[in-house]
Design a protein around this ligand. Structure first.
Ligand code: SAM
Length: 270
């Protein structure tokens, strides 16, 4: 399992180059893409395709080659294979055949984003791609809403606007979001703002919606302090319509949360 760059072709390890040079076969998600990488490093190799549509069919052929004593390097289009990329089915099959699987660590977009985001909370949950369909996406987000961890999502440019709108709808405007875009590439940018400000920031310049994204969303901090997110949502809705004291009183009655805690939160929200 050979990790390859997520943009900048120089982000490749010496060990990855050795493995690619010495492999009898390189199994690649997209052989044209990998040819470009190999060409850059003057490596010629036998390439076979292994992608999400043929992984089950390709696995037995790769196992046969391994059983003949050949070495096979698996690469995906970018980053670490098997992470939001094909590879897991092959790994299972190879292990089941009693053959070793050796990971060669290297670039990963989520880790790259987290390292530069400056989040003090060291705990994070890697989610990857949310469902493409709006209904399923919102349902998934509802499940994630109360988790007190930074959430790391992957997203493609054509869905970035709708996904961010859904995250805002389900999580509320107070949490922070980091847009880590085009990491290691020419137009790399890393921007953090409140979720409430995120749609306006994206709309502010069409370039901000282009390229590849990692989204980091802060966790449910208030849930950790004991105020359920449902109570937070109620309080937020009431605060938008009513004076602070009345909003707190009603939110406490509706949610069953302590009035003092809600009062402190209301002051922060205001
Ligand atoms: N296996 C890869 C890894 O280890 O990160 C992830 C592959 S996944 C199919 C591709 C997604 O990763 C993109 O849609 C984007 O969300 C994220 N990604 C990959 N390269 C990126 C980059 N240079 N900058 C920001 N996000 C990137």
């Amino acid at each position: 399992m050979v990790a390859t760059p997520i943009g900048n072709l120089r982000d490749i390890t010496l060990r990855a180059l050795d493995a690619l040079k010495s492999a009898d076969i390189i199994a690649a998600e997209d052989t044209r893409n990998t040819s470009h990488l190999l060409g850059h490093y003057g490596i010629s190799a036998r390439l076979v395709a292994l992608h999400e549509h043929n992984e089950r069919v390709a696995a037995p052929k790769i196992i046969a080659a391994l059983q003949e004593g050949k070495t096979v390097a698996l690469v995906s289009d970018a980053g670490t294979p098997g992470i939001s990329d094909p590879g897991a089915i092959l790994v299972q099959a190879v292990r089941a055949a009693g053959l070793p699987v050796i990971p060669l660590p290297g670039p990963n977009a989520a880790i790259c984003a987290l390292s530069a985001a400056g989040r003090e909370d060291a705990r994070f949950l890697f989610y990857g791609f949310l469902p493409a369909k709006a209904g399923a996406r919102r349902k998934e987000l509802e499940m994630l809403r109360e988790l007190p961890y930074v959430l790391a999502f992957y997203e493609a440019p054509h869905r970035i606007v709708e996904t961010v709108e859904d995250i805002l709808k389900v999580f509320g405007g107070e949490r922070e979001i980091t847009f880590a875009r085009e990491l290691t590439k020419l137009f790399e940018s890393i921007h953090t703002c409140k979720l409430a400000d995120a749609p306006a920031w994206l709309a502010g310049d069409p370039n901000r919606q282009r390229g590849e994204f990692v989204l980091l969303v802060s966790g449910a901090a208030a849930a950790e302090e004991g105020i359920s997110l449902e109570a937070q949502r109620i309080l937020q809705l009431l605060l938008a319509e009513l004076p602070l004291k009345l909003a707190v009183k009603l939110a406490a009655e509706i949610s069953g949360e302590k009035k003092n805690a809600l009062y402190d939160l209301a002051l922060q929200l205001k």
